[in-house]
Design a protein around this ligand. Structure first.
Ligand SMILES: [Zn+2]
Ligand SMILES: [Zn+2]
Length: 338
């Protein structure tokens, strides 16, 4: 695994050299400046979930845990991913900041870091240069890559379109502010157990739900489109992450606001954005063009023909085997009618 990690780092270096990026003038987050503190905080938050054994749980704790999980997952999916990384819809500056703030409260660093890194993922999906390719290892794609120095910096060259907003640059730099405010609010509402359930447990679930799209969604599920990578569509992950599990769809047409391309592909982030659109908070939501739907139909037809041909071939083989066994049973060589 060590070698593959080094290979990943080398591939990254090549990408970075080509992009002409410099680390010195980038607004690094606090986590990068303090290096190994990132890993210490990450695992300490995991360990702090065990404090629930001491605090117990009540209805307020459950509401904080689930409410903040869904709210912050939406901040990641509707905000960091579909808005900042892919610009799949438009909004005003206030809602833009609120989406950024909400996403940042999920403790996955700031909007410019998150979206800039994600754009690199789409450009090098499952190839050298991909920050979290599952081909390196499952661990690497799920969470190992976060601790690699190569991915610690905000890649401003990837996210120039949003780096021109000073409030986003500030939030990106001071990405610890929203989580700290959230922690104070949880303590004020639910006391110490509110802190454990609303911050620690909710955040750990939120982390691994998000990371499952980088790891499991590139391994488990079905493939509708030939995208040149291992992205998959997966209903379970779509339900867990408010719609991000339609990852093969997403890799086929990443600029679409909706990732469930059909009505039966549940995509709660899209429904929430449609709700926001109906009251004018967001607009110009992009959908997949007709050519993408035509491609899906063509792929379905080709697979159906291939499946029928396979079935026919299996029948022919079965008949041949039956005929051979009858010939074996009748050494005179006179085939008996079936
Ligand atoms: Zn992906
Ligand atoms: Zn994406």
């Amino acid at each position: 695994m060590r070698n593959s990690r080094n290979a990943s780092k080398n591939a990254f270096s090549a990408v970075k050299a080509n992009s002409g990026a410099t680390a010195a003038d980038e607004p690094d987050g606090l986590w990068l400046r303090f290096g190994g503190v990132t890993a210490a905080i990450y695992w300490a938050i995991h360990a702090s979930c065990l404090l629930a054994i001491y605090t117990g749980v009540n209805a307020v704790d459950v509401a904080l845990c689930l409410g903040l999980f869904w709210l912050r997952i939406f901040g990641i999916t509707g905000g960091f991913h579909r808005y900042f990384a892919h610009r799949s819809f438009k909004t005003g500056r206030v809602v833009q900041f609120l989406l950024a703030f909400l996403g940042t409260s999920a403790i996955q660093k700031g909007p410019l870091w998150w979206a800039g890194t994600h754009r690199v993922h789409h450009r090098h999906s499952d190839q050298p240069g991909d920050p979290h390719s599952p081909k390196v290892s499952f661990w690497h794609s799920h969470q190992g890559w976060i601790f690699e120095e190569a991915w610690g910096e905000t890649r401003l060259e990837e996210i120039k379109d949003f780096a021109k907003f000073p409030e986003l640059v500030w939030l990106n730099q001071w990405h610890v502010v929203p989580p700290l405010l959230m922690a104070f609010a949880c303590y004020a509402i639910g006391g110490f157990s509110g802190l454990v359930w609303g911050v620690s447990i909710s955040t750990v679930i939120c982390w691994h739900a998000t990371y499952s799209i980088n790891s499991l969604s590139h391994r488990l599920g079905s493939t509708r489109f030939e995208t040149g990578d291992d992205s998959k569509n997966n209903l379970f992950l779509a339900l867990l992450t408010l719609g991000e599990g339609w990852h093969n769809n997403h890799h086929r047409f990443m600029n679409s606001t909706r990732q469930g391309f059909y009505w039966w592909e549940i995509d709660i982030t899209y429904y929430l954005l449609r709700l926001m659109s109906s009251v004018g908070l967001v607009w110009d939501m992009k959908t997949p063009p007709a050519s993408v739907y035509a491609e899906a139909s063509a792929n379905r037809a080709v697979r159906s023909v291939a499946a029928s041909a396979k079935e026919a071939a299996v029948d022919v083989v079965a008949e041949s085997v039956a005929l051979a066994s009858r010939l074996t049973a009748d050494p005179s060589g006179t085939p008996t009618p079936p």
